[in-house]
Design a binder for this molecule. Structure first.
Ligand code: NAD
Length: 258
């Protein structure tokens, strides 16, 4: 079993959903954790600490470069640097391009894309000094293909896949790997909002809206789980994955195979 004992992981947006699933999987393998994200941090912190590792939470807003810098300094001071960086924080907004509020566009690009640039530029020097690092960018099936009404999200996620490839090239000989994970539908609060919108628009039940949402894009007809994504993250942190570099690894029930 992969041991990440002695490593420190920073998972942005880990108070909920996929980020929390990945944080728990890394903690299960012994990594200390810096959690980040809005809302209740005490529950996630307790769940991570129950696995026997050290964990702290930093509430930096991922849309703000100066707050990201403060968070990265705090990680350095508390843990001596970040070995595993998981850029996961993200938001969604659904609208036709001509109706897309410009402040929503700016927020989606800042949180889903620019934050990964800032954390990465600040984490790489100490990873290089230690000759080991893992950068995991949580992109999306929407990093590889598009859907209507998601212009900002699709642009940000394609950008994140591009950033992944560039960083992977730059660190290819330094013991650091940089990869993207591209999930399809995962039933988290981010997606539940889209389920609710579909249920309201079509006048159908929550269960029927879920079935329709998944059925439309995801041939497996089932949601991927945060736990499954956590195990993929653990694999990408393992020695066996040291030569997986610059990949955009989909876990999407064959969504992008179509
Ligand atoms: P979620 O809403 O459950 O969690 C999002 C997390 O990001 C939360 O912890 C939230 O507090 C945090 N966050 C949001 N804005 C932030 C900000 N400005 N600063 C700091 N933290 C902030 O969503 P999720 O579904 O778990 O999404 C996690 C990532 O996975 C996102 O990048 C999302 O695009 C991606 N993703 C999700 C799905 C899916 O189907 N759920 C599919 C593909 C990709």
């Amino acid at each position: 079993m992969t041991s990440l004992s002695g490593k420190t992981a920073l998972v942005t947006g880990s108070t909920s959903g996929i980020g929390l699933g990945i944080a728990l999987a890394l903690a299960q393998r012994g990594a200390n954790l810096m959690l980040n994200g809005f809302g209740d941090a005490e529950g996630p912190l307790a769940a991570v600490r129950a696995l026997g590792v050290q964990a702290i939470h930093h509430g930096a807003d991922m849309s703000k470069a100066n707050e990201i810098e403060v968070m990265m300094k705090a990680a350095d001071e508390r843990f001596g640097g970040v070995d595993i960086l998981v850029n996961n924080a993200g938001i969604q907004h659904v609208a036709l391009v001509e109706d897309f509020p410009t402040e929503k566009w700016d927020a989606v690009i800042a949180i889903n894309l620019s934050s990964a640039f800032h954390t990465t530029r600040l984490a790489v020097p100490s990873m290089k000094a230690r000759k080991w690092g893992r950068i995991l960018n949580i992109a999306s099936a929407h990093g590889l293909v598009a859907s209507a009404q998601k212009s900002a999200y699709v642009a940000a996620k394609h950008g994140l896949v591009g950033l992944t490839k560039t960083v992977a090239l730059e660190v290819a000989t330094s013991g650091i790997t940089c990869n993207a994970i591209c999930p399809g539908w995962v039933l988290t609060p981010l997606v539940q909002k889209q389920v609710d919108a579909k249920a309201a628009a079509l006048g159908v039940s929550n269960e029927e809206a879920k079935r329709l949402l998944v059925g439309e894009k995801q041939p497996s007809q089932t949601f991927t789980t945060p736990e499954q994504l956590g195990e993929l993250a653990v694999f990408l942190c393992s020695d066996a994955a040291s030569n997986v570099q610059g990949a955009a690894w989909n876990m999407d029930g064959a969504w992008v195979a179509q």
